[in-house]
Design a protein around this ligand. Structure first.
Ligand SMILES: [Fe+2]
Length: 436
């Protein structure tokens, strides 16, 4: 009898080890698999832009650029032959549009309408497209994108930035899935905008995510240098945008990411501060922030350890995905517990539906709006009844942000082309009026 038990245990151990080895090999293969990739943009700064692409054969890469698409009079060439190309164009003018093309002998590149803009010191108006959990290719993803294109009347000059809130390529964020779920369906955006993406739990081939993107960890794009690819900030016009990774680094209140965030927000002088990461501190969608164990406890950790920092520095807007729906709070503060501890009298700073006011200069404890928009390609069946999130929709869609130096308007644009939720935050000293 003992022999049978011993043999069974040995057999199970061998299977477990083989499974582990197989899994490790699969993750490695899917993370590092080399595939072709058309040019895309990373690390936008006020005076530079980096263009990356991958060719089937090793060759010397070349980028042509200039102010006119018909006359790309400048060019940069790589020194060495390679399949993985990266060229940084420097000494550019601030807040300026450039056209570019990329030459390759082994990859057919669509060079039609390729352009980029450098970051701006100031701006009268900026429009951002925000998508979450967008990485499932198909009709839903396409229609959500199409509604944004209709909204800007197919005029990409009406868009300034593109933010992705994680789960950017289902099912696992492999090199191939990033091509089929992001780089191909959004090709017209990829040609023109940096896909500023945070990592989601389904971007699980971390080596692929951090291989595809280079991020401004040295403060190149603004903010305090994080010295870590996983969290950084971007200053563009009126906006200070903080990108956090809620999946990989320590989420402890004294962890590197939290410590850096405090330094970064303290140094921030921009009129608007937006923080983006994947797992929401509050949600009653496909994921439940009331569960201590859901999503490895990361929603709880972001709420307990990071919401106090957002409160302290008066962050204006927190953007998340993960739950595949739309959920949005009023201007709230200091809610660190589960939903049954939410007390509107204590936690809601302004009990309005569509209009909120805040001081022009970043002010401590001036309240934050939390917004989950994780339905840009997938939809959950969920109750959406978190008391902190009274505005919620089980609809495919995306968010459009329109920002001036003193106003921020947020619109939830559904797959039907309807603005299902819209609010404004005003820092222009005017009142909101009756808005219950
Ligand atoms: Fe997720």
């Amino acid at each position: 009898m003992k022999k049978i038990v011993k043999k069974s245990l040995l057999f199970i151990s061998i299977i477990a080890v083989l499974f582990g080895i197989g899994r490790f090999a699969l993750v490695g293969y899917e993370s590092f698999l080399f595939i072709e990739r058309e040019p895309y943009l990373v690390i936008q700064t006020q005076n530079s832009m980096t263009i990356k692409w991958q060719t089937p054969k090793a060759e010397i890469g070349k980028v042509n650029y200039g102010f006119s698409a018909d006359k790309l009079e400048k060019n940069l060439t790589e020194k060495d032959s390679t399949k993985k190309h990266s060229i940084t164009i420097s000494n550019l003018d601030e807040c300026t549009k450039y056209n570019y093309s990329v030459d390759s002998t082994s990859l057919a590149i669509d060079n039609n309408s390729r352009s980029f803009s450098t970051l701006c010191k100031k701006s009268d108006f900026q429009r951002l497209w925000v998508i979450g959990d967008s990485g499932e290719r198909g009709e839903g993803q396409w229609l959500v994108y199409k509604q944004m294109i209709d909204y800007i009347k197919n005029d990409f000059s009406k868009l300034n930035m593109w933010i992705l809130l994680g789960d950017n390529a289902y099912e696992s964020g492999t090199q191939e899935q990033f091509n089929t779920d992001l780089f191909l369906p959004y090709i017209e955006l990829v040609k023109r905008f940096v896909p500023w993406a945070v990592a989601g739990n389904h971007d699980a081939r971390r080596f692929a995510f951090y291989d595809i993107w280079d991020f401004p960890k040295n403060g190149e794009s603004g903010g305090v240098a994080s010295k870590n690819n996983k969290f950084y900030s971007i200053d563009n016009g009126n906006l200070h945008i903080v990108m956090l990774d809620s999946e990989n680094p320590s989420l402890a209140k004294d962890g590197d990411m939290a410590e850096w965030l405090k330094h970064d927000l303290k140094a921030n002088k921009k009129p608007w501060t937006i923080v983006a990461f994947h797992t929401p501190p509050y949600t009653d969608g496909g994921h439940k922030s009331d569960s201590d164990s859901n999503s490895g406890g990361r929603m709880k950790e972001m709420r307990e350890n990071f919401v106090p920092i957002f409160d302290e520095f008066g962050v204006d807007l927190v953007l998340n995905g993960h739950s595949h729906g739309y959920e949005r709070s009023k201007l709230i503060i200091n809610h660190l517990g589960k939903s049954d501890t939410f007390d509107a009298k204590k936690n809601v700073l302004q009990d309005n539906s569509t209009c909120y006011t805040k001081p022009l200069t970043t002010t401590k404890e001036s309240g934050t709006i939390y917004l989950v928009t994780g339905s840009s390609s997938k939809l959950d069946q969920a109750s959406l009844k978190h008391p902190a999130l009274p505005f919620s929709f089980e609809k495919l869609g995306s968010v459009i942000l329109e920002v001036t130096p003193t106003t921020l308007i947020s619109k939830f644009l559904t797959i039907d082309g309807i603005i299902a939720d819209e609010f404004i935050i005003k820092k222009d000293a005017s009142a909101c009026g009756n808005d219950k």
